[in-house]
Design a protein around this ligand. Structure first.
Ligand code: MBD
Ligand code: FE
Length: 282
């Protein structure tokens, strides 16, 4: 059975009432947006002849997503985070703001308040014995190429199993999360461990949605950055470690060619040792 009622005056009036458009009070923008959102959904129900069973099982799924605080995890999977980035890129272009490291999505796993250090930080707590040591070094420069001293570099990433501290209860507080202030030459250095890629929790409502679409929930190995300094635009970005099978098949659509980094393995034991001695736990 297929009935089409969306375009009738009764339904159109009903939508206005539901969104509060036929009375004063409330927030005008909220009313307009809700009216549009409900209109699109009502029309969808009509066009696809969505059954009550389908509707209520979607409600169940939304409840499960909310109960598991997974809206923020499904959102990048549905491309919203990347779409918002595309809009910011287009805005920048319109304003003539070009150059510099490209932005990419923050994701749902940032935690504020990481320990702060000047110039150098050790990021891992030393307990991930399966992991290989990783050095991150860099220089913060403005769009004219001038080093920025005292810039704030916030770095966070997963462990060798793809888990993040605070979300993975087996890790210590702020493990693999640090804030480093750049030195007089704009440089920062970190000792950490090579992260593995992330996968959405098995059996989770997020995975359920993705698998209904025939999609996986994997991200390649990556390292998140916030870069900020007074007088400069805040940068949210990531680097991807080259060679990961998911580098160009990220469920969150965050990879950018310019952000894929080829790591250099330090095989020279003496060199590794020398660096190691400079790397106390902090
Ligand atoms: C992540 O680590 C992440 O960065 C994103 C965007 C989504 C899920 C897990
Ligand atoms: Fe991440």
């Amino acid at each position: 059975m297929s009935v089409k009622i969306f375009d009738t005056p009764e339904v159109q009036d009903f939508l206005k009432t539901v969104a509060g458009l036929d009375q004063a009070g409330g927030n005008e923008r909220a009313k307009q947006i809700m009216h549009r959102l409900l209109s699109d959904l009502y029309r969808l129900i009509d066009d696809f002849d969505v059954t009550p069973e389908e509707f209520w099982s979607s409600v169940s799924l939304l409840n499960a997503l909310g109960a598991g605080t997974q809206f923020g995890l499904l959102a990048p999977g549905l491309g919203f985070d990347h779409y918002l980035d595309m809009r910011l890129d287009a805005e920048d272009e319109q304003r003539g703001l070009t150059g510099g490291t490209p932005r990419t999505i923050e994701g749902p796993l940032y935690v504020a308040g990481a320990p702060e250090a000047e110039g150098f930080a050790r990021m891992d707590d030393g307990t991930d014995t399966d992991a290989e040591v990783m050095w991150l070094t860099g220089q913060v420069r403005d769009v004219d190429g001038q080093p920025v001293a005292g810039a704030k570099v916030e770095i966070w990433h997963a462990d060798s199993k793809g888990g993040y501290s605070f979300f993975d209860p087996s890790q210590s507080e702020y493990n693999l999360r640090r804030t480093i202030l750049t030195d007089s030459e704009g440089r920062y250095r970190a000792r950490s461990i090579i992260p593995s890629g992330y996968g959405v929790p098995e059996g989770s409502p997020t995975e359920q949605v993705l698998s209904a679409l025939g999609r996986h929930g994997q991200r390649p190995a990556h390292i998140h950055y916030f870069i900020s300094a007074p007088g400069h635009k805040h940068l949210t970005t990531q680097i991807n470690l080259a060679g990961d099978p998911y580098t160009f098949d990220d469920f969150a659509f965050a990879t950018r060619e310019e952000l894929v980094i080829e790591g250099k393995r330090i095989e020279d034991a003496a060199e590794a040792d020398k660096r190691g001695l400079e790397a106390p736990f902090t």
